[in-house]
Design a protein around this ligand. Sequence first.
Ligand code: AMP
Length: 129
Amino acid sequence: MPYDYDRTNIFARILRGEIPCRKVLETAHALAFHDIAPQAPVHVLVIPKGAYVNADHFAAEASDAEIADYTRAIGKVCADLGICPGDGGAGYRLIANSGDAGVQEVPHLHVHILGGKVLGRMLQRTPAE
Ligand code: AMP
């Protein structure tokens, strides 16, 4: 499962401070920021600071510390946004697109946190189906 990480991708540039982001949270191994083109009232992206292309790359090669920190960062962002069902929030959806079939645009692992409204069914049928 060899992955070539493209160091010119836009999230790598955000991590290097070359372009700005609307930061929500930063931890030792993760950065969360608002999506530039939100598709729901809440739309935050959480990325690891390490050079990982997608979720399976991260799962295979990240350290336990990175995985723990990243996972907890996602949970903290949800808590900070007030969307956790266990705390009376309305709920949310996590999405991590990978590769062509997943329609991943930016080749650096990112989890979309979507919420702030009822999001509808998970997938919509395409016209060909
Ligand atoms: P994906 O299709 O899962 O790769 O999603 C990439 C996401 O990155 C899209 O939702 C974009 O709107 C978002 N995006 C692209 N450039 C930026 C940026 N500079 N700051 C914040 N979000 C971005």
